[in-house]
Design a protein around this ligand. Sequence first.
Ligand code: FAD
Length: 371
Amino acid sequence: MTAGYDLAVVGAGICGLAHALIAARRGRRVIVIDRDLAANGASIRNFGFITVTGQERGRSWAHARRSRDIWAEIAPEAGIPVVQRGLLVLGRRPETMAVLEAFRQDEMGAACTLLGREALSSWPGLRGDAMLGALYSPHEVRVESHEAIPRLARWLQDRHGVTFLRGASVFSVAPPRLETSRGTIHADAAIVCPGDDFHTLFPDRIRPHGLTRCKLQMMRLAPGGVDAAQPAIMSDLGVGRYRGYHHLPGHAALMARLEAEQPAHLAAGIHLIAVRAADGSQIVGDSHVYADQPNPFTDERVDKLILSEHAAVHRTTPPVISRWTGTYASGPETMLMERISDSTRLVIVSSGTGASTSFGIAEETLADLWG
Ligand SMILES: Cc1cc2nc3c(=O)[nH]c(=O)nc-3n(C[C@H](O)[C@H](O)[C@H](O)COP(=O)(O)OP(=O)(O)OC[C@H]3O[C@@H](n4cnc5c(N)ncnc54)[C@H](O)[C@@H]3O)c2cc1C
């Protein structure tokens, strides 16, 4: 393949696809190159949960709001169903409610609503009586990633004329030439979105960012127990974990209580996200173990801890019908965008938020590249 392109994107995960979309919308000729034959990384292993509330204040929150708007705009065009809307952050401790109340006063909480225990009876699948209340966020949308990512790629190809070269490892990026295992690609510019591969392209530019990899355990539960109107669910552990709550008064007190009452959950980096699919099944997770080379095995003890948190807030926890792990890039910054040269950028989402932020990030990268 030798045709010239305006832009070559390395990586066909959500980060690469987002950059391809924003470039194509500018009328550029784009090629996306990936070594996998079909999407197989973090982008199809996640919850498909486009999260705004809970993202770190500032840049991440702005990227998430912009990305949510773009997802809502393109999903109908690309034939991607939005299977769930909104988020309920459930609190069963006064310390959690204190943080949620502070969040509601914050600019990030302006569109959110605090609900008392009684209001939770609207969702019969929840153990409303075990809660003190909840924060409802209207911002979130959810897609079923393992279907949405291939559909997004197909739509980019059919509607925006993006070319895909799959089964091709890229081992050198120096526009106007990219060397791949399937030959040379000619493109005036390149954006590299390698996910958690830190070793193939520009390792010297990645190393100073202190990245490692994070392994997560995920499960799908059999249909049942949750009605179609229920938003995505998080619990006290999520308020402890998500960076968007860390600056708020009361957060340290919440962490102290969680350390005392759920030390095993904290040690395994567990917080609850439970989302519902169109067939009534739920995706439930997750745990976080950090290592440069995480092992591929699930730990049954960790799955049981995740399920115990699900059972603490739901009346029914249906049987597990599927389990998987995923990995993503993790580091002190939520993302990095490196200017490799005038014509090349390296973009890595390093906070497990790529489904929620990639479109916003892509607009920023391309403004930086092309003005
Ligand atoms: C279990 C799990 C749950 C998550 N839940 C959420 C969630 O609900 N919401 C959210 O916002 N985020 C979530 N995340 C994080 C999110 O999925 C990631 O941040 C995002 O998918 C990263 O996208 P990416 O395109 O950078 O990486 P990837 O999806 O890993 O894609 C990178 C691609 O680059 C290709 N590649 C790399 N190097 C080369 C090379 N040299 N040549 C050719 N191809 C190459 C790889 O083959 C791969 O296809 C979750 C992650 C996991 C693992």
